[in-house]
Design a protein around this ligand. Structure first.
Ligand SMILES: Cc1cc2nc3c(=O)[nH]c(=O)nc-3n(C[C@H](O)[C@H](O)[C@H](O)COP(=O)(O)O)c2cc1C
Length: 213
């Protein structure tokens, strides 16, 4: 990708207000976007999230009713609900360490120092006092990654926090589980009638947001 193409893509992306309900994301393209979600980096690599993909019109309708009535929830092709862990237990870290050992074909014992370091920080250390905000920060990285990857593939999205997370948890069966709803991202194709697509991007000048030291 040429640098100018990247900037063009980032300008093309906008928070889509009106999706074309007739246009669905093809299965192979959607599979690529799921892989992009899975490939999102996270602190220690712990991936304290689950992404719920909603395509069932009946569920979308229920979710729209608890999303300030915003039409993107129903009209999009695929709706991703970003959820993050409410807690982190020692077993969750062991589970991750097992996965590293399996993927990299190394003995689990060789990772005990890394496991202890993670437990020291997340279970006993400073992160234990803010686990929910820490896991949420990880999940928002996935949201950003998802939007940029979607735009690179010509898929429109709209990041959204205008919803009742407690109602989402009820509808999606998350109450009493380790995960809770943070934000959503409808994905699909913009309607040609969405006037927001033509609006200029409102951003502060680079000099006001980037500082050089
Ligand atoms: C975390 C987050 C939550 C947002 N919630 C909503 C929302 O509920 N509804 C909506 O239409 N737009 C929502 N937006 C879109 C922003 O208003 C939009 O991204 C911002 O104005 C910049 O415009 P652009 O994305 O078109 O460049 C949200 C954006 C973010 C990042």
């Amino acid at each position: 990708m040429k640098p100018a193409d990247l900037i063009q893509t980032l300008n093309w992306r906008y928070a889509t207000k009106k999706f074309d309900p007739a246009r669905k994301i093809p299965a192979d393209l959607w599979d690529t976007l799921e892989q992009a979600l899975v490939l999102t980096p996270s602190s220690f690599g712990l991936q304290p999230w689950k992404f719920i993909v909603v395509t069932d019109p009946a569920v979308k309708a229920k979710l729209r009713a608890v999303s300030w009535g915003q039409p993107q929830v129903e009209d999009c092709s695929h709706l991703v609900v970003f959820t993050a862990r409410r807690n982190m237990r020692s077993e969750d870290i062991d589970h991750y360490v097992k996965r590293i050992a399996e993927v990299r074909d190394v003995p689990e014992a060789s990772l005990s120092g890394y496991a202890d370091m993670m437990k020291g920080s997340i279970i006993q250390g400073p992160l234990s006092k803010m686990v929910e905000s820490w896991t949420a920060r990880q999940a928002y990285i996935a949201l950003g990654n998802f939007m940029t990857c979607a735009a690179a593939l010509g898929v429109d999205t709209c990041p959204m926090e205008g919803l009742d997370p407690g109602q989402y948890d009820e509808i999606l069966g998350l109450v009493g589980t380790d995960y809770h709803t943070l934000a959503i991202c409808p994905a699909g194709y913009r309607s040609q009638e969405d006037a927001y697509a033509k609006l200029a991007k409102v951003r502060f000048p680079k000099e006001q947001v980037i500082r050089y030291v």
